[in-house]
Design a protein around this ligand. Structure first.
Ligand code: PMP
Length: 455
């Protein structure tokens, strides 16, 4: 690859030939993209030589940090040994076998089978097909409806975006597909009104029961949720929420699916965010942290309840991807999970860096007039922007203040994401205490600049 070009040359070629995801290309091409050229630990460098602190671990995925030679070596070794083979026609290979075995060790008890994809979106498309196939095999083929939440994010393919509850995505391309229903999200700060968080959590969880009864219990196949909403704004549900959802799923016998694409592989200090909330899902979508983003890989973790009929009674499951269980991706995932284990990274998030990060962030922003709440656990946090802390009033032009703050972050070489009226942090899990100090002080600085600008 030619790395000798100037920033202007990169930007001109990018504008001439590249369509970015989720972007207004006209506006982006006029402004010019930032060109990221290198990463090490929790830092990135752009083509102008700026050192940027990545408070988002890429897109919530670079759990072991940038520049891990072990992962590059694992990929190179596997490419030389067996670069590719499929697992379709009565064949398999050591990398995918070892990865499956390893996942059975790190996932919660009861998960012993895994299906592989290239992304979280394809993982959730697999969920739709597998859930419906499960009920076919069980002899209840009328169970097709999957219930999700407004403002959920489950990916960008036709199926996954339908599961998601992002109206701005549904408005393009005729989504959602049939037999997907949505209930309200457990976003107390913005939608809880005068209710206590606990009362609100119960109220929105019980919408699941109302929806099941409205659809007809005999037609409902599953409920899907991110244990905490990620792209929706790092929204942590009230404590009352998940136990009630779990109770309702059990009462009506429907499958419970946890989308662990962000929460999985250590983000909360547990291996899976379900464990933080005490959720016992039947299926989990996994991706991102499984390979720390070094190579694309996603999948579905399948509990015995679903695996047993699928394996023993189902015959062919007519679903699969050329790269399901790709050997190079599997080899990287194996080494990545090895690093997470050998270096005790997940335990450190639980016992040390996670609590330290949460405490520092809350202390730094406690008196900030712009921040209504800091939600999170482990190494993920959502900071609510508010016009009035006492009344939880939101800004009228939702999103504008977030973008203003994000611009200050950009100018100050900090990557912090803005979603609506929340600022998000989700740094690499290898971040040290001193780097947390730097992250929090930069975030505080940018939020203060935003508050000043707003007067
Ligand atoms: N589920 C969740 C919870 C996600 O956050 C994402 C991506 N941010 C996805 C699914 C989709 O994953 P991918 O972008 O790898 O398709």
């Amino acid at each position: 690859m030619n790395t000798q070009r100037t920033t202007q040359e990169w930007q001109a070629l990018d504008a001439a030939h590249h369509i970015h995801p989720f972007s207004d290309m006209g506006a982006l091409n006029r402004a010019g993209s930032r060109v990221i050229v290198r990463g090490e630990g929790v830092y990135l460098w752009d083509s102008e030589g700026h050192q940027i602190m990545d408070g988002m671990a890429g897109l919530w995925c670079v759990n072991v940090g940038y520049g891990r030679k072990e992962l590059a070596d694992a990929a190179a070794r596997q490419m030389q040994e067996l670069a590719y083979y499929n697992t379709f026609f009565k064949t398999t290979h050591p990398a995918v076998i070892e990865l499956s075995r390893l996942l059975a060790e790190v996932t919660p008890p009861g998960f012993e089978h895994f299906f592989f994809t290239n992304s979280g979106s394809e993982g959730n498309d697999t969920i739709i097909r597998m859930v419906r196939r499960y009920w076919d095999i069980i002899g209840q083929p009328e169970r097709k409806v999957i219930i999700s939440r407004h403002n959920a994010y489950h990916g960008s393919t036709v199926g996954a975006a339908s599961l998601g509850g992002m109206d701005y995505m549904h408005s393009q391309g005729g989504l959602p597909i049939p037999d997907i229903e949505h209930i309200d999200q457990p976003y107390w700060y913005a939608e809880g009104g005068d209710l206590s968080p606990e009362a609100f959590g119960l109220k929105v969880a019980r919408q699941l029961e109302e929806k099941i009864l409205a659809v007809g219990p005999e037609r409902v196949a599953a409920f899907i949720g991110e244990p905490f909403q990620g792209a929706g704004g790092v929204i942590f549900p009230p404590d009352s929420y998940w136990p009630e959802i779990q109770r309702i799923c059990r009462q009506y016998g429907i499958l419970l699916v946890a989308d662990e694409v962000i929460g999985g592989f250590g983000r909360t200090g547990h291996w899976f965010a379900s464990q933080h909330f005490g959720i016992e899902p039947d299926l989990m979508t996994i991706a991102k942290g499984m390979t720390s983003g070094y190579i694309p890989m996603g999948g579905v973790a399948i509990s015995r309840r679903v695996a047993d009929p699928l394996i023993n009674e189902g015959g062919d499951f007519n679903h699969g991807l050329t790269y399901s269980g790709h050997p190079v991706a599997a080899a990287v995932a194996i080494r990545n999970i090895g690093i997470l284990r050998e270096e005790g990274i997940v335990e450190r998030v639980m016992n040390d860096t996670g609590p330290y990060f949460q405490r520092c962030l809350k202390e730094a922003l406690a008196d900030n007039p712009l921040i209504g709440e800091v939600a999170g656990t482990g190494l993920v946090a959502g900071m609510q922007l508010t016009r009035n802390k006492a009344t939880r009033e939101l800004f009228p032009n939702r999103g504008e203040v977030g973008l203003l703050c994000r611009d200050f972050c950009f100018a100050n070489n900090l990557i912090m994401r803005a979603t609506g009226e929340r600022m998000l942090l989700s740094p690499p899990l290898v971040i040290s205490r001193s780097e947390i100090d730097e992250l929090v002080s930069r975030a505080q600085h940018c939020i203060t600049l935003t508050a000043r600008k707003l007067g």
